[in-house]
Design a protein around this ligand. Structure first.
Ligand code: F3S
Length: 427
């Protein structure tokens, strides 16, 4: 791999051991992908502190050492860096019944991680939707992890970013570099699979959960091919596109999709496919959407005790919708209802008195937390073993299912009704 003068100096340790180790990792990745050179990135998005600091795995040790060396060398991130949510807010962990020792351990590692990243200059977004607060420009090259961020940035914004791991994202942040391969090259950004909606499906009446189900189903069918959605409404909103993006990150391993007439690299089908023929066509109708709703539910009993909305973090539009549905209502006392978002959105919602309406009902508005990740990281808490969760997120439902949690997947409206009644309406 051809390295520029500053990259050679990083490799020689001139910028300290942290940067040296980071560039070594990126060179190894670049060589594995036969990248001809490194490129400068304009920003990066790294994973939450627990990913690096609250884990006994080898990668975690590597990242801890890397960050410690960087901090000792008084280095800072070389580009603006945003950060993903933490896995569990201590006050939510308490309500979920995690043991005090566990909550204390989490508190300490979080405090250490946040302080350390703070010293390196992170922008403390703590959200999987950094696009709410740190805007990016079409065509920018960035580094970063978190499948939703990668999918949304590549597809909806036309930003160029590979689906990186926690350590490589951190390495891009410390060096401001990434190897030139994958999604950074225009020829790898073309669609390969056409997604056609059958006549019995009217996307103009899609709920967020329908967008989720469409995306989840398509991901399972295309596996590693970039899908090109046809027939979605031209006025599709950013909130709807967020729900179209997220499930593709768990039901498939792809970093990008196109929606013809909507996403910036797909003004036409031909442009989306790069002038080539599609390798496959997937048809989706009512039956496929209904099957996906059923597939995402693993619960067998209607009683629920945890409802969460906000995977990915809710927009201000959703916050308003949730407040409208909850106005004057009360959540059943034994149900924990969490609405997850980014802190700037929570502040806006507070200003608009939406937080008051939601919290008056007994629900909690929590910023900076990934609701779905907690169970994945540490399993189901002991006191929660009879717990049943309801959510409108296919990504969360997928994670919860694989963590062995009983889950109901449905619309926002259905989740809110379930929170008020304490039971899921099984039809
Ligand atoms: Fe965000 Fe966590 Fe869901 S990072 S997309 S809330 S799984």
């Amino acid at each position: 791999m051809k390295l520029a003068a500053d990259e050679e100096r990083m490799l020689a340790g001139e910028f300290g051991p942290g940067v040296q180790r980071a560039i070594e990792l990126l060179v190894a990745v670049g060589e594995a992908y036969e990248a001809e050179k490194m490129i400068d990135i304009s920003s990066s998005h790294i994973l939450s502190p627990e990913m690096q600091f609250w884990n006994t795995g080898q990668l975690s040790h590597w990242a801890q050492e890397l960050v410690a060396e960087s901090v000792e060398g008084a280095e800072s991130f070389r580009v603006p860096v945003t950060i993903n949510p933490i896995f569990l807010e201590p006050k939510v962990a308490e309500r979920l019944g995690y043991p005090e020792s566990y909550i204390e351990e989490m508190r300490q590692s979080l405090a250490y991680g946040m302080e350390t990243y703070g010293r390196l200059g992170v922008i403390p977004t703590y959200t999987c939707c950094p696009f709410y607060v740190y805007p990016l420009r079409y065509g920018e090259h960035t580094g970063g992890a978190e499948s939703l961020v990668v999918l949304f940035n590549n597809s909806v914004l036309g930003v160029r970013v590979n689906r990186e791991s926690g350590p490589t994202a951190l390495a891009t942040a410390l060096t401001g570099k990434t190897p030139l391969y994958g999604m950074h090259l225009p020829e790898n950004r073309h669609g390969q699979a056409l997604i056609e909606l059958k006549d019995d499906l009217d996307p103009r009446s899609f709920t967020y959960a329908d967008y989720n189900a469409l995306s989840y189903y398509v991901g399972k069918r295309v596996v590693d091919k970039i899908p090109v959605f046809l027939g979605l409404p031209q006025n599709v909103s950013i909130t709807q596109l967020k729900y179209l993006s997220a499930p593709l990150g768990v039901s498939a391993g792809i970093p990008m999709f196109h929606a013809v007439g909507i996403t910036p690299e797909a003004p036409t089908v031909e442009a989306a496919l790069g002038g080539k023929k599609a390798e496959m066509t997937v048809e989706v109708g009512k039956e496929e959407i209904n099957i996906t709703f059923e597939e995402l539910c693993s619960a067998t009993e209607p009683r629920i005790n945890y409802v969460f909305l906000g995977c990915p973090h809710v927009t201000i539009t959703e916050m308003k919708e949730i407040a409208t549905l909850l106005q004057g209502k009360k959540v059943k006392p034994d149900v924990l209802f969490v609405v997850g978002t980014a802190e700037p959105i929570r502040l806006l919602a507070q200003e608009m008195r939406l937080v008051d309406i939601i919290q008056d009902s007994g629900a909690m508005v929590v910023s900076g937390m990934c609701s779905a990740g907690s169970f994945l990281r540490r399993g189901v808490p002991k006191g929660f073993k009879a717990g049943v969760v309801a959510t409108n997120s296919a990504k969360a439902a997928h994670y919860l299912k694989v963590s062995g949690v009983q889950v109901w997947f449905g619309t926002m409206q259905k989740c809110i009704t379930a929170a008020i009644r304490g039971t899921w309406e099984v039809v």
